[in-house]
Design a protein around this ligand. Sequence first.
Ligand code: HEM
Ligand code: HEM
Length: 187
Amino acid sequence: MSGHLASAPERWSLPLRWLHWAMAGLLMVLLGLGLAIAYGTFDLGQTFALYQWHKSLGVLILPLVVLRLALRAGTAHPASAPTVGSRARLEAGVARIVHALFYVLMLALPLTGWLVVSSSPLHLPTRPFNLFTLPDLVAPDADLYAAMSLLHATLAYLLLTVLTLHVAGALKHRLVDRDTTLQRMSL
Ligand code: HEM
Ligand code: HEM
């Protein structure tokens, strides 16, 4: 049955599909919480709660993305959708860049967030889910804090942009190409 050609699976492995959707949900909640902190009009107590949730859920991303990259490296990838013609090749190239950018952002966003809270002159302790105190990566430093805040926000807007492209691509596969790309990631 197996023949000589190693056949690629039809879908991503179950743990990778779970991680994709769990992290997608988490990242969208984090974007929402971040935007609520930045633009919402909440009282001090509510703002504090939003920060705590943002930081607790945010630090979860780091172990999850490391696990995801490790699993991805050790699992067979599904065969690519056929890329016939120069436009299909271009789209496949854009998708590859988008996916790589996602991984960079999933690492860089929590790390810059961690640097924001470490360098903050206010120096409030970060206690994810009230379980432990996150160690500081650097000493308080107003200039570094300003730079990291700006970088963290810029990366978050880049994530939003990349996500828009990614969803547009997924919808195009489903509605225009009518291929199985969405099924490859479906639970
Ligand atoms: C993938 C994970 C994360 C995403 C998508 C994310 C997203 C965001 C967004 C959209 C904002 C508002 C940006 C603005 O000012 O317009 C923000 C702000 C902030 N984030 Fe995150 N964040 C993440 C992880 C973290 C982590 C792990 C921490 C800290 C442990 C953190 C700490 C902060 C803080 C303190 C702010 C307040 C604004 C500032 O001073 O920069 N974030 N985040
Ligand atoms: C912030 C949220 C999201 C992130 C970070 C994300 C990230 C990724 C990454 C990195 C891949 C490539 C898999 C790999 O090479 O390891 C992927 C694949 C995929 N994503 Fe997302 N995704 C998000 C949200 C979504 C949403 C909302 C949809 C659907 C509308 C979606 C649909 C898909 C599909 C169908 C694939 C499979 C593509 C293929 O196998 O060629 N994703 N996603």
